[in-house]
Design a protein around this ligand. Structure first.
Ligand code: PA5
Length: 442
């Protein structure tokens, strides 16, 4: 079995032929060259490209030391952030953890997340849980001004300071933000928090391999050196898998397959798909273009979305992430009475059944007109996860350039904020507020 990530596109052919995909490889190679030479659109945001190989041992040790301090002093650490300041850490912790505990089995600090929604009940329930518990906060915001994390942080900071006093609270808060600007930078400087910097040239959705992702992952007890080592392998290895993925998905898009479903057969990968959705959605969806990135968890969603995928409008293709080895084996027992009729798989492990579900589903969907890409990863370990994260990042850059967009900006996300601030009467939004009121009156 391979000890790396592989991409297989043999079931992607039908409406798009193998020759057509092969004919797009030079275009993919050219997009890769533009990315690597740094002469494409958005080239002031390419800091992520060599992050894995440029993180120093000292930087990693410092992150591990901060993580260890928080772990030993806190029962809970709340990671406050949204979008790129949240999804990478959430994805990695979920992928690596025991399914019922968001941290490594032999560690005690539980990592919780906040600031990724504006749910009043969510914040109420979180604060109720944390009342009289030893907790710390890692607050992450590149701009330092995002509303959702700012509200959550104000509430949690207040709770913590009331519990332990300002001096102790300031030792249990870590801020990750811009080096110089933004409200969070000012606040952190004033309160004397430990801080980490999100580099100017790394956009939020490409920041998982900075302290944004690494600190929460380390707090949860996982080996960030291994994670980074995995990413380095892909950074310095062959780009074949990246080119195959980028060329095939663009060929399918041009043939009318406008929606990509990222499919997993492992519940631990749900948030990896959420991270991927942000990465590809914000990078490619602009200028009236872009594959719509959607995701499903199988076999769960075969019982809800299966009908549509098999038989609905033929505008989709699937990319299945297949995990080679599980961490544990669970064997289906023999039952004398066999009232449930399952003895035909007695003695098999559960993953064997899952793999047959995976293969059977792929073949059925291909027959139903859904082209299929397969990405294989040997196991869900820190190393392989690091590979997968970096693989998707680099393929996203290549793919975005093939599509003809700047994959590193996100002008569209400002529109709702402007309306929200106007409706909330935020100072500076008076004109927008008047225009909105007028629109609502009509
Ligand atoms: O990728 C992005 O740029 C966004 O998703 C941001 O990460 C998100 O909006 C949060 O922004 P910030 O880190 O400035 O609070």
């Amino acid at each position: 079995m391979s000890n790396s990530i592989q991409v297989f596109n043999k079931y992607a052919f039908g409406e798009v032929t193998e020759q057509q995909v092969n004919a797009m490889m030079p275009e993919a190679e050219q997009a890769l060259e533009v990315l690597e030479k740094g002469n494409g659109a958005g080239n002031d945001f390419l800091g992520w490209l060599h992050l894995p190989s440029s993180i120093t041992a000292e930087e990693l040790a410092d992150i591990e030391e901060t993580a260890s301090k928080l772990r030993t002093t806190c029962e809970y650490v709340v990671v406050v952030g949204i979008g790129g300041s949240y999804l990478g850490a959430k994805a990695a912790i979920e992928a690596l953890s025991d399914c019922f505990a968001p941290y490594k089995a032999d560690h005690t600090a539980k990592v919780l997340f906040a600031g990724n929604n504006i749910g009043e009940d969510y914040l109420h329930d979180l604060m109720t849980l944390l009342t009289d518990r030893r907790f710390g906060i890692v607050v992450i915001s590149k701009s330092g001004t995002t509303t959702e994390p700012a509200i959550a942080f104000r509430l949690l900071k207040d709770l913590l300071e009331k519990q332990v006093g300002k001096a102790i609270a300031s030792k249990r808060i870590v801020a990750i933000t811009d080096a110089r600007k933004g409200a969070l930078r000012n606040l952190a400087t004033q309160e004397g928090y430990k801080t980490y910097v999100i580099p100017d040239n790394v956009g939020g959705r490409f920041s998982v391999l900075t302290p944004v992702g690494l600190l929460p992952i380390a707090i949860a007890g996982f080996d960030i050196k291994e994670l980074v080592a995995g990413a380095v392998e892909v950074e310095q290895g062959c780009n074949c898998a990246i080119l195959t993925y980028a060329a095939t998905r663009n060929a399918l898009y041009r043939a009318g397959k406008k929606i990509e479903l990222l499919v997993n057969f492992n519940p631990k990968l749900h948030y990896l798909a959420e991270w991927w959705k942000q990465l590809y959605g914000e990078s490619e969806g602009k200028g009236g273009k872009g594959i719509f990135p959607a995701a499903v968890d199988f076999s769960t969603d075969l019982h809800s979305m299966g009908q549509w995928i098999q038989d609905g409008e033929r505008t989709i293709f699937e990319t299945v992430i297949s995990v080679g080895e599980q961490q544990n084996r669970v064997i289906i027992p023999h039952d004398e009475a066999d009232l449930d009729g399952l003895n035909y798989i007695a003695g098999k492990d559960v993953d064997y059944v899952n793999k047959m579900a995976e293969l059977g589903t792929r073949l059925a969907h291909v027959d139903g007109g859904v082209p299929n890409l397969l990405i294989t990863v040997p196991a869900l370990t820190e190393r392989y996860l690091g590979m997968l994260l970096y693989f998707f990042e680099k393929a996203c850059g290549v793919s975005g350039y093939m599509l003809g967009v700047n994959p590193f900006d996100q002008p569209g996300v400002e529109a709702y904020k402007k309306n929200m601030f106007a409706l909330l009467s935020k100072p500076g939004y008076e004109e927008a507020s008047a225009a909105l009121q007028e629109k609502l009156r009509r």
